[in-house]
Design a protein around this ligand. Structure first.
Ligand SMILES: NC(=O)c1ccc[n+]([C@@H]2O[C@H](COP(=O)([O-])OP(=O)(O)OC[C@H]3O[C@@H](n4cnc5c(N)ncnc54)[C@H](OP(=O)(O)O)[C@@H]3O)[C@@H](O)[C@H]2O)c1
Length: 295
């Protein structure tokens, strides 16, 4: 079994490598099909997914059986200013990966986002709900989804949201840093979503990649909360005494509109018995246990 991970230095790419190395995550063992797998983990300096020729040559050389695409242009505000650059990474790159995978019969597990939806719902989005992105990031990711689904039969599109892990930049790391030096922080309390721990997502991606159940999936932490409630849960577990004050989106405007509601339903994962992702509070406990020496 040859496994290829693109965008391998990002927070999800690193976690996938870690779960593969350990052979298990808290929510389950890595499927046996990956035992003794040869894992090739590359980031943009070794394989720039926007370079179609390089992607083809790399696939010919390494013959992956399963490709996990964790590469993306993820800075939401920067996407707004550089939509063409973002589209190269979030739409054209995945299209190149899908075409190369189709050529050699490899599976492609492609990661996408809640930002493909408009954020105006008040109940969880199903996998087949109409997409209507309100941002450049969401538009480029939507094009990426469409491109991979069109180019490759053996493809899984896995939408996630509010991702955090032990590596890289994310909301939990930011709150821990701020909480260590401030008495109070103010956080929006009118945007709702599902915090998702990279370890739970990584296991789910590996489990999907071991099946033939191709299609569109949602994989986020179980349950939901606002950013303010999430921040409070982080400060409590960090034990730093930092108070979290609520505010509205209108009081704390960002350059790019953030979805008011981005909870994703998990019907597709449940239908194949792979909806194992924990309640977000339990996953946050596990993350703190893993990083307990980091303050
Ligand atoms: N973070 C979230 O909250 C969130 C929410 C929903 C969905 N997602 C999706 O989850 C996936 C993983 O996100 P993440 O948080 O792990 O992202 P991340 O930490 O930003 O990692 C993305 C990785 O892709 C690399 N990359 C950028 N351009 C590339 C290129 N042209 N070729 C190859 N690699 C390239 C980046 O390298 P550089 O750092 O050098 O640019 C980085 O190592 C993405 O598909 C993202 O859209 C994330």
């Amino acid at each position: 079994m040859n496994v290829l991970i693109t965008g391998a230095n990002g927070q999800l790419g690193r976690e996938l490598q870690s779960v593969l190395r350990r052979g298990r995550a808290d929510i389950g063992a890595v499927p046996a099909v990956y035992a003794d797998a040869t894992v090739t983990a590359v980031d943009a300096d070794q394989l720039d997914i926007t370079d179609a020729q390089a992607v083809t040559a790399f696939f010919t050389k390494t013959c992956p059986d399963v490709v996990f695409n964790c590469a993306a242009y993820t800075q939401v505000d920067a996407c707004e200013e550089n939509e063409a650059d973002a589209a190269r990474v979030n739409a054209d790159g995945p299209a190149h990966l899908a075409a190369a995978a189709a050529r050699i019969g490899a599976k492609l597990v492609h990661v996408s986002t809640d930002y493909v939806f408009d954020g105006a719902a008040c109940e969880p989005y199903d996998e087949d709900a109409p997409t209507a992105p309100a941002t450049a990031y969401g538009r480029t990711k939507q094009r990426g989804e469409q491109a991979v689904l069109a180019a490759c039969d053996r493809v899984f599109v896995v939408r996630t949201a509010w991702l955090y892990g032990t590596e890289g930049h994310n909301f939990v790391a930011t709150m821990r840093r701020l909480g260590a030096s401030r008495d109070t922080v103010t956080v929006v309390d009118d945007q709702t979503g599902s915090p998702t721990y990279t370890e739970d997502l990584a296991w789910t991606l590996l489990a999907l990649g071991a099946t033939e159940h191709y299609g569109v999936y949602h994989a986020t932490g179980a349950g939901s909360c606002t950013w303010c409630a999430f921040a409070r849960a982080i400060m409590e577990r960090a034990g730093n005494g930092c108070r979290v004050l609520p505010c509205t989106t209108a009081e704390y405007p960002s350059k790019t509109p953030r979805p008011a509601y981005s909870v994703l339903g998990h019907k597709a994962l449940a239908a194949i018995g792979l909806d194992r992702i924990r309640p977000w509070e339990d996953a946050l406990d596990a993350y703190f246990a893993r990083t307990k020496n980091e303050g």
